[in-house]
Design a protein around this ligand. Structure first.
Ligand code: GLN
Length: 488
């Protein structure tokens, strides 16, 4: 018999609404799973069990009284620890914010609450979302449920692992250069980075504002569309929020790709792509072709510069954003603050931030400093425009652009962390969507041995419908999504 924690969010909502099960039973079932697997996987930094059970009872009460309930009624939802939650510690997996309790909710969290979703905890991540493996967390790495000796991807590693293990039904991730799609691919779940500006960033602790988006992570494409419908839509508190009314994205869950024109840039499948990844992605493209789409190999030459461009822009923005953590107003503070302001500031930050965060602050500061600004930062902004134009051109010809999410399958914990450049290279296929502000989804499309492979589908700005429809069709006609890791 199917256990409650195994259900998808849309199945759960239906059962709760019809009175077949209670929200409390569903949330309790998810916590059973958490207690069983957390010691092995470490998806969470903070759990709020009592609060979650209380909320689930409120949902049950509403239903018992015949009141209407929200779109996410009774669904157990995990939130990445970079997103502010009122009265719940929000650490960004950093010592710097170990004890930070926000006095307010991020807009996305408020929307979840209004939709009667049940927040169960905060998920582990790379410190300040800087990384692709969840190894830089101050609270220790998250393990990949498919093979505990490998990384779950990052930076939203906890948000992906908890979906793969049924420790949550939905989760929120953030994606600055791939942090939703990379762990979705590595844990064989679905993750969508929305168009820049579609989801409010109000209450997200910033890493690189011009690149990042909050987005849904889920067990299947239907759940992903449902969750996006709740969190997307204009927010006047975010100056970059696009003026789009909210939409029901589940209307795009059509099992049909007839007439879809697919572009396959050779830059995504070039040198350095693992042969198993290449094979699975081509199989996926042929599957879509069999279902009525057509494809053409193409070239987006500016993609060769996307990684360098991304890292200059991301680190520059990070160095500016993270200047606010001075240990004086809030954040980690060394016990004895002797000396002048600069000494205290420097000591707090040396101890409060981990090595990767410090490296990026230094590199970003360098790229922005007088004499280097034109050479690095300004040049990167120009190349960013070229990349955006290149995509714009390509989308005149294609409805969607497809490739691998990650160039290689999950790697061993400890394998790349000593070599930052090797780790940065793993983002080669994901960063261009952030530079161009495009929607991009990762869906499970194969395995290399026991290790998951993800297919990335990109579309023009605000065409989440195309990514969802193509991903849904692929999912409905394949069985990759049905496979689960075995942890016992
Ligand atoms: N791995 C990329 C980085 O380290 C992307 C991280 C992210 O999307 N937050 O910057």
């Amino acid at each position: 018999m199917t256990k409650l924690y195994e259900l998808t969010a849309h199945q759960t909502i239906q059962k709760i609404r019809s009175g077949e099960v209670t929200a409390k039973e569903c949330v309790e079932s998810v916590f059973e799973q958490i207690h069983k697997y957390e010691p092995k996987v470490n998806s969470f930094v903070t759990l709020v069990e009592e609060q979650a059970i209380k909320k689930s009872k409120e949902v049950d009460q509403k239903i018992a009284q015949g009141k209407t309930v929200g779109q996410l009624a009774g669904v157990a939802i995990a939130v990445k620890d970079a997103i502010c939650t009122k009265n719940i510690t929000t650490t960004c997996s950093s010592r710097m914010l170990e004890n930070f309790v926000p006095p307010y909710d991020a807009e996305v969290v408020e929307r979840i609450k209004k939709a009667d979703g049940v927040i169960i905890g905060k998920t582990n991540m790379d410190e300040f979302a800087m990384g692709s493996s969840t190894e830089t967390s101050y609270f220790g790495p998250t393990k990949n449920p498919w093979d505990l000796s490998t990384v779950p991807g990052g930076s939203s590693g906890g948000s992906a692992a908890c979906i793969a293990t049924d420790e949550a039904m939905l989760s929120l991730g953030t994606d600055t250069g791939g942090s939703i799609r990379c762990p979705a691919s590595y844990c064989s779940v679905v993750g969508l980075k929305p168009t820049y500006g579609l989801v409010s960033r109000y209450g997200l602790i910033a890493y690189a504002n011009s690149l990042e988006q909050i987005g849904p992570m889920a067990k299947d494409v239907s759940d992903c569309a449902l969750f996006l419908s709740v969190i997307a839509g204009h927010d006047s508190k975010d100056g970059t929020s696009v003026n789009e009314p909210s939409k029901d994205y589940t209307q795009f869950l059509k099992n049909d790709v007839k007439g879809f024109r697919i572009g396959v840039p050779k830059e995504f499948l070039g040198e350095g792509t693992n042969p198993d990844v290449e094979k699975s992605v081509w199989n996926a493209i042929h599957k879509l072709e069999e279902l009525g789409a057509s494809y053409e190999e193409t070239s987006l030459p500016s993609l060769d510069y996307s990684l360098a461009t991304y890292y200059i822009i991301a680190m520059s923005e990070a160095s500016s954003n993270l200047a606010r953590f001075d240990g004086l107003r809030y954040g980690y503070r060394i016990e004895k603050d002797e000396g002048d302001w600069a000494t205290v500031y420097s000591k707090d930050r040396s101890k409060g931030f981990g090595a990767e965060v410090r490296r990026r602050i230094i590199l970003g500061t360098y790229a922005l400093s007088a004499g280097y600004y034109n050479k690095y930062y300004l040049k990167a902004l120009r190349v960013r425009t070229l990349i955006r134009n290149n995509f714009q051109e390509a989308f005149k010809k294609f409805d969607i652009i497809v490739g691998p999410t990650m160039p290689f399958p999950p790697f061993k914990i400890g394998e790349k962390i000593q070599d930052p450049l090797a780790l940065y290279m793993s983002d080669v296929d994901t960063v261009s969507a952030n530079l161009a502000g495009l929607p991009a989804i990762s869906v499970p499309c194969g395995f290399s041995g026991n290790l998951p492979i993800g297919l990335q589908i990109m579309a023009p700005p605000l065409r989440e419908d195309l990514t969802l429809q193509a991903a849904y069709t692929f999912e409905q006609n394949t069985a990759f999504n049905k496979q689960k890791p075995s942890l016992d």
